[in-house]
Design a protein around this ligand. Structure first.
Ligand SMILES: CC(C)(COP(=O)(O)OP(=O)(O)OC[C@H]1O[C@@H](n2cnc3c(N)ncnc32)[C@H](O)[C@@H]1OP(=O)(O)O)[C@@H](O)C(=O)NCCC(=O)NCCS
Length: 182
């Protein structure tokens, strides 16, 4: 098993395998995703391939994908980023989005979970970006929340009227820390 970090060109060829893992991993609670959502996620993934700073970390056994995580540099004008900015503005924490690497999807095939693959993917992906900080949203009941907290992610806020928490992580210890979450 090896972990590789890929750019958009190589990532494009893996889309079917990534979607199959996404479906199996997020079919579990609290997400309960369904096969009907695959076309929407496929379109989203295609759009994200052309975003600046796109990186995909994949765990591969021969040519089979066992898990993956991807993200890109978040920018104003993109719906998720604008929603997070609105949610963080009242607390003065929307600063965290500036130049941030957004972790978009992160999943390990269920039979291969709890073996350390997620940790390796997480670390490889964040090491592959020059961004000073990273940001994501996670369901408040997801087991991934504890995973992120144990890896230094801090809660910055919450998307209004939703179960999604906004987490941030400093990647560059030399970059200005900015406003701190309380
Ligand atoms: C979140 C997710 C990607 C983590 O992947 P994973 O491969 O299970 O992660 P790891 O195995 O590295 O770590 C999970 C736990 O397994 C255990 N573990 C890690 N390495 C281990 C090893 N070598 N042997 C035994 N147990 C181990 C640890 O308890 C670890 O938790 P901790 O280090 O935070 O205490 C995976 O659970 C998943 O796909 N979840 C569903 C989708 C999801 O929620 N994605 C995130 C959305 S934001």
């Amino acid at each position: 098993m090896r972990v590789e970090v890929l750019g958009p060109r190589e990532a494009k060829d893996l889309v079917d395998q990534l979607l199959a893992i996404w479906l199996r991993a997020f079919a579990q609670p609290p997400y309960y995703v369904r096969r009907e959502e695959l076309p929407r996620v496929r379109r989203m993934f295609s759009r994200h391939l052309s975003e600046r700073g796109f990186r995909l970390a994949v765990a591969l056994d021969a040519q089979a994908v066992l898990g993956f995580g991807y993200g890109f540099l978040r920018r104003a004008g993109e719906p998720w980023t604008d929603a997070v900015a609105r949610a963080l503005r009242p607390s003065g924490l929307s600063w965290w989005l500036q130049g941030a690497f957004g972790l978009v999807e992160f999943a390990v095939d269920p039979p291969h979970q709890n073996l350390g693959l997620g940790s390796r993917l997480h670390d490889a992906l964040l090491a592959a970006t020059d961004a000073p900080r990273a940001i994501l949203t996670v369901h408040r009941e997801a087991t991934a929340l504890g995973f992120y907290r144990r890896r230094g992610w801090q809660q910055l806020g919450q998307l209004p009227a939703s179960a999604y928490l906004i987490l941030g992580k400093r990647l560059d210890p030399m970059a200005p820390p900015g406003p701190r979450p309380v």
